[in-house]
Design a protein around this ligand. Structure first.
Ligand SMILES: NC(=O)C1=CN([C@@H]2O[C@H](COP(=O)(O)OP(=O)(O)OC[C@H]3O[C@@H](n4cnc5c(N)ncnc54)[C@H](O)[C@@H]3O)[C@@H](O)[C@H]2O)C=CC1
Ligand SMILES: CC(=O)C(=O)O
Ligand SMILES: [Mg+2]
Length: 359
């Protein structure tokens, strides 16, 4: 198959769909790989590194889209990319369609077969192609909170770990999945006081064991969320219902319980966000304020650390991408986990949770 890798064009997105190491694996199996010139600049992989791995460098994204049978990307296609997709093409990337009806319409109109990283499942029901970026975003979320809490950025001026004799920051993590666990690890490591709120009691039991009682755990209810955010210096939004729009756990009215100049980091923004007052922001202008509370809502957080992120993402996507390159969309028939990733086919939304969220 001819596989195409365009350069990412989202704001401050420096990741790349295939690393040179991944290209080598495709080429070794007889596939042809077209890479847009400069696509690997963000991971210190120049065109020569891709050529050495067996790729052909092409000068424009248009040429990649025009001749590739499968496009491998990182972020959801932007409007000028939708219009280049075709019905005889596979698109393999993050899509996050539930909160994005415009993109959904664009993909349906193109006729493309779109497999979304974030809804591919594994045998234990996990999300193997979301997990690596959730690890990165969870860890970054505490850096984002620490930065937003600084006085010169408008924050409360609290040091996450405190110092001897002065209490540390209180961090509340809503959702104890992959993002939440990695956020908690960073926050605990820095010496903050951490509470994880999840709706799953079995998950809270696992977290209690994992952190040896070093984090507080609470079942997710209106009351527990209201109490916890009222005490928090920073709240990390990390809930997910796979494929669906994120539940709005914190309404605008609830913000009045929060401390002035405290911080919300809504990692779940790519699924629409779990705070009512969230709207997507960019790395170029990551925060805004509502009712005295600072919001950080960057939808492509891992793009800030492209070296770590691109390699972590490729480690996970490689076997699935190779299956699609080897067998085409028939690979989905052989793997129910990959089938769960199929979001758009022949002009229709074919993932139930995504379709329901889009109405
Ligand atoms: N902004 C960004 O750059 C990135 C965003 N993400 C997003 O972060 C979000 C979280 O992802 P993961 O941690 O991988 O998901 P996950 O599935 O591992 O964890 C989600 C957790 O939310 C919990 N949950 C669901 N509903 C809840 C409720 N009402 N109250 C409390 N907890 C609830 C679940 O029980 C689960 O433990 C997703 O939307 C994902 O797309 C991931 C990576 C990068
Ligand atoms: C998962 C996601 O949205 C990202 O890595 O950008
Ligand atoms: Mg998005």
């Amino acid at each position: 198959m001819r596989v195409g890798v365009p350069k990412e064009i989202k704001n401050h997105e420096y990741r790349v769909g295939l690393t040179p190491g991944a290209v080598r694996e495709y080429v070794a199996r007889g596939h042809e790989v077209l890479v847009e010139t400069g696509a690997g600049a963000g991971i210190a992989a120049d065109d020569a590194a891709y050529v050495a791995a067996g790729a052909t460098i092409v000068p424009t994204a248009e040429e990649v889209f025009a001749s590739a049978q499968m496009i491998v990307k990182v972020k959801e296609p932007q409007p000028n990319e939708w219009v280049q997709l075709r019905e005889d093409q596979i698109l393999f990337t993050y899509l996050h369609l539930a909160p994005d009806p415009e993109q959904a319409k664009g993909l349906m109109a193109s006729g493309v077969t779109a497999v979304a990283y974030e809804t591919v499942t594994d045998r234990s029901g996990g999300l193997p192609l979301l997990a690596p970026m959730s690890e990165v975003a969870g860890r970054l979320s505490i850096e984002a909170a620490g930065s937003a809490l600084k006085a010169y950025n408008g924050g409360r001026g609290v040091l996450l770990g405190g110092v001897p004799g002065v209490a540390p920051a209180r961090i509340v993590v809503l959702g104890g999945g992959v993002v939440g666990t990695h956020a908690a690890r960073m926050a605990v490591g820095l010496g903050a006081e951490v509470t994880i709120v999840d709706r799953s009691i079995p998950r809270l039991r696992q977290l209690d064991e994992l952190f040896h009682g070093r984090v507080r755990t609470r079942v997710s209810t209106l009351e527990s969320i209201e109490q916890e955010i009222g005490e928090a210096d920073a709240v990390i939004g990390a809930v997910l219902i796979p494929g669906a729009s994120a539940p709005k756990l914190v309404t605008r009215d609830m913000l009045r319980h929060m401390k002035q100049r405290s911080v919300l980091v809504d990692v779940a923004i790519d699924q629409g966000g779990c705070f009512e007052t969230s709207h997507a922001t960019t790395h170029a202008d990551p925060t805004y304020e509502v009712d005295g509370v600072i919001h950080y809502c960057v939808a492509n957080m891992p793009g800030a650390v492209p070296l770590t992120s691109s390699h972590a993402l490729n480690n996970a996507t490689l076997p699935y991408g190779l299956a699609l390159a080897n067998k085409g969309v028939a690979a989905c028939d052989e793997d129910p986990g990959l089938m769960a990733g199929l979001n758009v086919r022949a002009g229709k939304i074919v993932n139930e949770a995504v379709a329901r969220s889009l109405g």
